[in-house]
Write a protein that binds this ligand. Structure first.
Ligand SMILES: Nc1ncnc2c1ncn2[C@@H]1O[C@H](COP(=O)(O)OP(=O)(O)OP(=O)(O)O)[C@@H](O)[C@H]1O
Ligand SMILES: [Mg+2]
Length: 511
């Protein structure tokens, strides 16, 4: 290349993109460039407009104004198919795999290679020829150190693996520009490291990566440039090497904030047991490995304490949660006993499946699980005025945005959906709180708020079982930590004996 040769056009140029939903400007005149062969972070508070702008780049939403250029060419998509054909791929905030289908079927879905030799049959009726696809996928998996069983239904695979399948799918389709919307929210620390190692590899091969994340550690550690959105607008863009986590946090919220959520050490008295689990076991699924899914677990949570369950995801946390929710169901508890001695609030693992009715308005979502409280219920009828009032107040307290109770839960951004659930569950003042991944996908301001809320609940006497794959979160909040490994209690730590390295080793099965 001669020194005079012009710089190549950016991989993506967004020019004045605007998207309006009803009366809400989700994106307002957004302009920024994404350079070729770079890892570009997109950050911002919940509801700032990150997913929306990327959905425009990927052809899911049509811009109301503005222009998208890819490799210097102005483009207009009618659907994601157009974007895919132009080399753009996206892994969504909530995965879009079809559960009962195998990894291979999901990867090929919509793009099935057909057998060539069946001459006269129309394309749609020809059998799917998978051998070529298997070969290509085998090569990709070796290159990126992925080990995925292509013939297993994806619903039986852990989330970390499901995400690898989504990424493999993009690579299989030769995507050059990869968009990942909060990819690490569901990953264990080790899996996050692997993901970023692969993203670096992809970048070094010339691919362009756009990553939305709430974790400033990831922004600072792995991106080349970062764009900050606030209230639907660009609040700033930086070269990562020339900024700091504090500056980014400040751009995100528009004021200076502290990004450390310090846990305080306290010695307080605890009360009686609110949750008692004795010798809990769950046999392996028929036909699967012979390992117990839960083996002889005993633990209790007292009023006034937070007990943290640490562990790499997939080591029995979900099963433990199901056992607490369905103690009499033989498919959740095959041996042992679960006893709950207080009213329960639940922050579920999967907010879409277990926490919300996405098609229904916010006040009805707020009613879920508390239909029979006297303030909301009168001889078979819902007291709507009281319900709306409580919903409005809780949305105010928990800062659920936008404050429109007639909006459906599905219209809220991911983090605001989580805040709505927490508002509802805490509003009934439970004696036992089961909090599974309570801060997954919420912004740093909201994390601080949710942590304070859990501590406040504990201080007024609730017992809290905190299940989280964020070790920092567990160590900051818990009065006691129990580590699960392969369905068993692998270790118990008390606050004065916390040691990140030891707990980490225990989580990995070394004691
Ligand atoms: N389909 C939709 N209909 C109505 N409003 C929507 C829709 N999608 C998004 N919004 C609104 O647009 C705004 C931006 O949402 P978006 O999902 O882009 O936020 P985000 O930055 O990705 O937030 P999070 O970090 O919580 O995922 C939010 O106020 C959201 O409620
Ligand atoms: Mg989002």
């Amino acid at each position: 290349m001669t020194p005079e040769s012009p710089r190549p056009a950016p991989a993506v140029e967004l020019r004045g993109l605007t998207k309006i939903f009803g009366s809400l400007k989700a994106n307002d005149n957004i302009s920024f460039d994404i350079l070729h062969g770079s890892i570009h972070g997109v950050v911002g508070e919940n509801g700032a407009g990150k997913s929306t702008v990327m959905k425009m780049l990927y052809g899911i939403y049509k811009p109301d104004a503005g222009e998208i250029l890819v490799n210097g060419r102005s483009r207009r998509w009618n659907s994601p198919e157009d974007a895919i054909n132009a080399g753009i791929g996206m892994v969504h905030q909530h995965f879009m795999l079809a559960g009962p289908y195998t990894a291979l079927e999901n990867i090929l879905l919509g793009d099935e290679p057909c057998a060539k030799s069946t001459g006269w049959l129309p394309r749609a009726l020809r059998p799917v020829a998978t051998s070529g696809a298997r070969l290509k996928l085998g090569g990709l998996m070796r290159k990126y150190g992925m080990d995925i069983k292509l013939d297993t239904p994806v619903e039986n695979l852990p989330v970390g693996t499901q995400q690898r399948i989504e990424i493999l799918k993009l690579l299989y389709r030769n995507a050059d520009i990869l968009i990942l919307d909060e990819p690490t929210a569901v990953l264990a620390p080790q899996e996050t490291m692997e993901l970023f190692a692969n993203l670096k590899k992809l970048r070094d091969e010339g691919k362009t990566i756009i990553i939305i994340t709430h974790k400033l550690k990831e922004v600072m550690g792995f991106t080349d440039r970062v764009t900050v959105l606030r209230g639907g607008r660009v609040a700033g863009g930086r070269e990562t090497a020339q900024t700091s986590a504090d500056e980014i946090a400040c751009l995100m919220v528009g004021r200076k904030i502290s990004i450390e959520t310090g846990g305080e050490k306290r010695n307080r008295s605890t009360g009686g047991s609110v949750l008692d689990i004795k010798n809990l076991s769950l046999l392996p699924r028929g036909g699967q490995s012979s390992r117990h899914r839960l083996k002889n677990i005993s633990l209790n949570v007292k009023s006034g304490e937070i007990v943290g369950i640490a562990g790499v995801e997939g080591n029995g946390q979900s099963e433990l949660l199901q056992a607490i929710l369905h103690p009499h169901d033989k498919s959740c508890v095959s041996d042992g006993a679960v006893a709950i001695h207080a009213s329960m609030g639940l922050i579920p693992e999967d907010r879409h499946k277990e926490g919300l009715l996405l098609e229904r308005p916010l006040d009805e979502n707020f009613l879920l699980g508390q239909q029979h409280r006297d303030i909301f219920y009168n001889r078979g009828f819902v007291r709507y005025p009281a319900l709306r009032k409580s919903t409005r107040e809780a949305m105010e307290t928990y800062d659920v945005r936008p404050r429109r109770i007639e909006a459906t839960a599905g219209e809220l951004s991911g983090g605001n959906q989580q805040k709505l659930i927490i508002a509802r569950e805490m509003d009934r003042i439970p004696g036992l709180v089961i909090a599974a991944q309570p801060t997954r996908g919420v912004d740093i301001g909201a994390i601080e708020f949710i942590h304070a809320e859990l501590l406040r609940a504990r201080d007024r006497g609730a017992g809290i079982l905190l299940i989280s794959s964020e070790l920092d979160e567990i160590m900051n909040l818990s009065d006691r930590i129990i580590v699960l490994y392969e369905g068993e209690v692998a270790g118990t730590f008390t606050r004065d004996g916390y040691n990140e390295r030891e707990i980490g080793l225990c989580m990995a099965g070394h004691q």
